[in-house]
Design a protein around this ligand. Structure first.
Ligand code: C2E
Ligand code: CA
Ligand code: CA
Length: 565
């Protein structure tokens, strides 16, 4: 890198000399051609053609002002209007002192008076101006993010802290903005489209911070930081941002998650303010709509609570505070619904905090890498229960366990599951595996490989929460799966919202096309059940039949496999 840099520094620079008088061109050319490659133009028209052609390589332009047709002022004006040409420094050549102000306003960088009686001075000024322009360009390049033109993070921190020094009493907001499922947008619509969205957001932010006296930067791929004086309300600004994005986005659904932290104490480090905003931002992760989350006392309390859960997890696992429930699934294609399998669902029976639902700790464990330990525990407990039921009743139903998306990345997953099955003297058909649809869209290649291997071992795999991710039909037909489990969000509303019923019908069609069975979960009423049965759904899970049951209660169902109304 350093070599490249030195090589670049030693390259001969190119200078364009523009003057309508041949003698002036020659004199100036002779002064500078020892150190520089010199191009010549005899009028403004010719000059602009060369400038446009050589815009990447020209280091300097020496420009006469008074020329026939297009004069020097006109050349300066045209250059000012083009961001690419604007960066090339111009020395104006003039005998007329009064022309200086006007050319300065038009972007000229320096003057040399005619006649050219001090060649060393001219050469020194040329050298200094080129150096200056190059250092400035370098600074510019590192100060701003190349794609979006926003500050990069180092400069952003620098400007934020300068702001704090100059305005110590102004309350400020740290804002983190992230695009939901940005990698999916890139995958579905291409990188250029993704870049366009990033630039659209940046241009909105740039205008906003200019109006409100703040700063914005691109923190990483699709994360933006904004630092501005405290605003009482962000609803309007964010709704404007959404419309601005949507007008550029076409048909794609784009939503954001936004975290805001109001900084009252400027003695706390600025980056910890942004950490809090980040925490708030990640709270909106599971939503498909734009969510604004403020970091406030409630969130802080929640953070403390979560931290406590994380610290107590190991002990809780040792003490078996985690308890596995089983929710039955019924096959509804025959004359009467029959118990066909169950889903293992975890609960945390905490000695002082009471029963904690997985909705609270599973996302937390997924973020902190603890999920794998917990899932292993659930798989093992489930296998132990199946073994016990087989021994006790000579029969059992297969039980599905949830395989978190993080588990899929574990190269030992297959061996681990096989190990558990063998340790309890079961077969792979006793355990079903539920993998959420969004895991497939995260890294489809890796997941397909893993799931294929698991199926080759005899495990059956169900795609959980189907309809909530972004699978395309093309992708689905390549997927090695045995069943689609409809996302509960659709099932919940099939009796109140015709659109959701249509979606469910469509998903059932897709399942038939793929020749896999369809499971609906979250079925709570008879009406939902009947609608789903009529639509061709194969298996039902939900409070209508049964809530998740602790093993003792679930056992009672095994005694008589048939379910009676
Ligand atoms: P999920 O895998 O989609 O599980 C279905 C959830 O729907 C369960 O919530 C279940 O109790 C609930 N449910 C079932 N029938 C009904 C109904 O008729 N109405 C309503 N309103 N809800 C119903 P739960 O047990 O709270 O689990 C929530 C989520 O936590 C699960 O969603 C799953 O993503 C995760 N989870 C639960 N146990 C485990 C586990 O052992 N490992 C992993 N990785 N995730 C788990
Ligand atoms: Ca599940
Ligand atoms: Ca589900």
């Amino acid at each position: 890198m350093q070599d490249m840099f030195n090589k670049y520094l030693s390259l001969r620079r190119k200078i364009l000399v523009v003057d309508d008088e041949l003698i002036n061109r020659e004199v100036l050319g002779n002064i500078i051609n020892s150190d520089y490659d010199v191009l010549f133009a005899a009028d403004g028209d010719e000059a602009l053609k060369i400038i446009r052609k050589e815009e990447q390589t020209l280091s300097l332009i020496m420009l006469d002002l008074i020329m026939p047709h297009i004069d020097g002022y006109e050349v300066l004006r045209s250059m000012q209007n083009s961001p690419n040409l604007k960066r090339i420094p111009v020395i104006v050549l003039t005998a007329d002192k009064s022309a200086e102000i006007k050319s300065l306003e038009l972007g000229a960088a320096d003057f040399i008076s005619k006649p050219y009686d001090m060649p060393e001075v001219i050469l020194a000024r040329v050298r200094r101006l080129i150096q200056l322009a190059e250092s400035y360009a370098m600074l510019n390049r590192t100060e701003f993010d190349a794609l979006t033109g926003l500050y990069n993070i180092e400069f952003f921190w620098e400007y934020c802290s300068r702001y704090d020094i100059f305005f110590p009493h102004v309350q400020t907001d740290c804002i983190v903005i992230n695009i939901n499922k940005f990698h999916i947008l890139n995958e579905l619509h291409g990188r250029e489209y993704g870049d366009m969205i990033l630039k659209t957001i940046s241009s909105f932010l740039q205008n906003t911070v200019a109006k409100k006296d703040g700063f914005a930067c691109r923190r990483s791929d699709d994360t933006f930081y904004v630092y501005i004086p405290h605003q009482p309300d962000y609803e309007q600004m964010i709704s404007d941002l959404e419309s601005y994005i949507q007008s550029a986005a076409g048909n794609a659904r784009i939503s954001l998650r936004i975290g805001i932290y109001t900084r009252t104490d400027h003695s706390e480090p600025i980056n910890s303010g942004f950490e809090n905003a980040n925490t708030a931002c990640s709270r909106g992760r599971s939503s498909y709509k734009t969510v604004i989350t403020k970091y406030d006392n409630a969130l802080h309390e929640k953070e403390l609570y979560n931290e406590r859960l994380l610290q107590e997890t190991d002990k809780a696992l040792q003490e078996k505070q985690f308890r596995v429930c089983f929710q039955p699934k019924y096959k509804i294609t025959g004359a009467v619904p029959t118990l066909t399998s169950a889903e293992a669902l975890i609960r945390w029976q905490h000695p002082t905090l009471g029963m904690i639902s997985p909705g609270t700790f599973i996302p937390l464990f997924e973020e902190n890498g603890l999920i794998h330990k917990l899932d292993h525990y659930v798989w093992d407990e489930t296998a132990a229960n199946i073994r016990a039921w087989k021994d006790k009743y000579g029969t059992s139903v297969p039980v599905s366990v949830n395989v978190s998306r993080m588990d899929i990345y574990d190269p030992n997953l297959e061996q681990e599951l096989l190990g558990i099955v063998h340790a309890h003297n079961l077969t792979t058909s006793d355990l079903l595996l539920e993998v959420t649809e969004s895991a497939y869209t995260d890294n489809s290649k890796q997941i397909i490989r893993t799931v294929e291997a698991l199926r080759a071992d005899g495990f059956r795999v169900e795609m959980d929460d189907f309809g909530s991710g972004y699978s395309s039909l093309n992708m689905l037909s390549d997927l090695p799966i045995d069943a689609l489990k409809l996302d509960m969000g659709f099932v919940r509303n099939i009796c109140v919202n015709e659109k959701d019923m249509k979606m469910v019908n469509l998903m059932i069609d897709i399942a038939k096309y793929l020749e896999v069975s369809v499971i609906a979960e979250g079925v709570e009423t008879e009406e939902q059940y009947l609608r789903l049965r009529n639509a061709g759904c194969d298996i039902i899970q939900g409070y209508y039949f049964s809530k998740p049951l602790f093993p003792d209660d679930f056992e009672k169902l095994l005694v008589n496999k048939e379910w009676k109304c």
